[in-house]
Ligand binder design. Structure first.
Ligand code: SF4
Length: 470
């Protein structure tokens, strides 16, 4: 969506302020369309009344993302691929984080296959208030045997409800997989210069998204995309080739950038599709599994920041997955909204009358750092997360979002029973030490104000020296 002014979207709305969309005004709805908290379909008069048909078409074309959005899978686990509007995150935000698909192969022993699928689909990591996880499973045909592939796909589907990528260049193998899995809308990988006619027929027959693989030939890729679109197939993913090392890797990275630029800056609609990266190719570079897993992680990071919209990977070792999960989390976090936790009083461990109340802000990174430092040292405490609009301690002290009145009000809102505390005291972050005098006055007769360390990593030492208060 090139449009960033709600006023221009407002012009295409009925302008009746009927509130059916859940907003008070059409202008608020227009603003919601820009930040994607609202969909065009939420404006029922626009959808239902024929007199708005032209406006509806115009609005849809304005709000459609620069990079096509492709949906894979169905139901809750469905993944959104692409749908981005900007080249760089800081220009607005990225919306749909690249799904990571981990591979299984149809030549695996059944017990090992089930074990790996379970590991992939239960992997979780709690990071800054959210669970990071794998999104997809890529089923690779190594046997090139349609019956074996179909049996493998069936077993994977019995074990996990994750969306699938069916991987083979053999149309017969792909057909066998689709006959089992098509109802779950898998992605097929891939059409290439040899098989594209048969694979296009499969995508059309089974109504599934398809990957176009034309390595290191952007003109060939563009031409194939145009051919598929001409056949009415619009759910396309592009595979421009992922070389795992050397000069070709440089070419791969440049191709990813060129494709994203063509889509969002040059509005080349015929190539504005999400791009797939294959960090799994790192395994072609070495026999050493640790080096391969490490290099796969490096490649993943490189392609995440260059617009890889979906990836196929192999290593499920934590040391390979965690850096990629963290990097992806941060790249796909909205820079316009600091990650926040709900303000309020939280219990860490089993706090009681002898526990301190530790004050921090509701910036998620700050909150979870404090919580982790407290919990990992087996300290039982209350943590008061003060609403600073998601700004950290140092900046909110400087900017006034954290101040003595706000701390007092936040504490009062929790209804905390100070009388039940053996040591009624508040630990103020060291960086907010200048509030201690004013807070002493505000909490007079209720709680003592103690200045804690500037770094929550030192809370454990602080507790040894200063708790319980003398
Ligand atoms: Fe305006 Fe449509 Fe919302 Fe009604 S439903 S307030 S017409 S945007």
């Amino acid at each position: 969506m090139k449009e960033s002014s709600p006023l221009n979207l407002y012009k295409q709305l009925p302008q009746t302020n009927c509130k059916e969309c859940g907003e008070q005004t059409c202008m608020a709805f227009a603003a919601g369309l820009i930040d994607r908290t609202k969909k065009v379909e939420d404006c029922t008069p626009l959808i239902k009344e024929k007199k708005y048909a032209k406006k509806l078409d115009t609005l849809k074309s304005i709000v459609s993302p620069e990079l096509a959005l492709v949906l894979i899978g169905t139901g809750e686990k469905q993944v959104k691929v692409g749908g981005e509007d900007v080249m760089y995150r800081h220009q607005m935000t990225f919306f749909n984080k690249s799904p990571f698909a981990y591979d299984v192969a149809d030549n695996m022993d059944e017990a090992k296959l089930v074990e790996r699928v379970k590991k992939i689909s239960t992997w979780r990591k709690f990071y800054i208030g959210k669970w990071e996880q794998v999104e997809m499973i890529a089923v690779r045909s190594v046997s090139d045997d349609p019956a074996k592939f179909a049996a493998c796909v069936k077993k994977v589907m019995e074990t996990s409800d994750y969306p699938l990528i069916l991987c083979s260049f053999n149309p017969k193998v792909l057909r066998a997989g689709l006959e089992v899995a098509a109802k779950n809308r898998p992605l097929i990988y891939a059409a290439n210069k040899d098989n594209w006619q048969e694979v296009a027929k499969l995508a059309d027959e089974f109504k599934v998204p398809v990957t176009l693989s034309v390595p290191f030939d952007l003109d060939g890729l563009k031409s194939m995309a145009a051919t598929f679109v001409g056949m009415g197939l619009k759910d396309l993913i592009l595979d421009p080739g992922t070389a795992p090392n050397g000069k070709k890797l440089q070419e791969s990275l440049l191709n990813f950038i060129k494709l994203r630029r063509a889509a969002v800056e040059e509005a080349q609609r015929d190539i504005a599709y999400p791009v797939m990266a294959l960090p799994i190719n790192a395994w072609l570079t070495t026999q050493d599994p640790v080096r391969a897993a490490y290099w796969e992680s490096v490649l993943t990071g490189a392609f995440v920041i260059r617009g890889g919209a979906i990836m196929i990977k192999h290593s499920i070792e934590a040391y390979s997955m965690m850096p990629d999960m963290h990097l992806r989390f941060n790249i796909y976090t909205d820079p316009r909204k600091p990650v926040q936790v709900k303000p309020g009083l939280y219990k860490v461990g089993t706090p009681g009358p002898e526990s301190p109340v530790i004050v921090t802000t509701n910036f998620a990174l700050t909150y979870y750092t404090v919580e982790s430092d407290v919990a990992s040292n087996s300290i039982n405490a209350y943590i008061l997360s003060v609403n600073t609009d998601g700004i950290g301690v140092q900046a909110s002290v400087a900017g006034g979002q954290l101040n003595p009145t706000k701390i007092k009000e936040a504490m009062d809102e929790t209804g905390f029973d100070w009388k039940g505390q053996k040591y009624p005291a508040i630990m103020l972050p060291g960086m907010a030490a200048k509030f201690s005098g004013e807070l002493e006055d505000l909490f007079a007769g209720k709680a003592k104000i103690m200045v804690g360390p500037e770094d929550s990593g030192r809370i454990v030492g602080w507790m040894k020296d200063f708790w319980p208060p003398k």
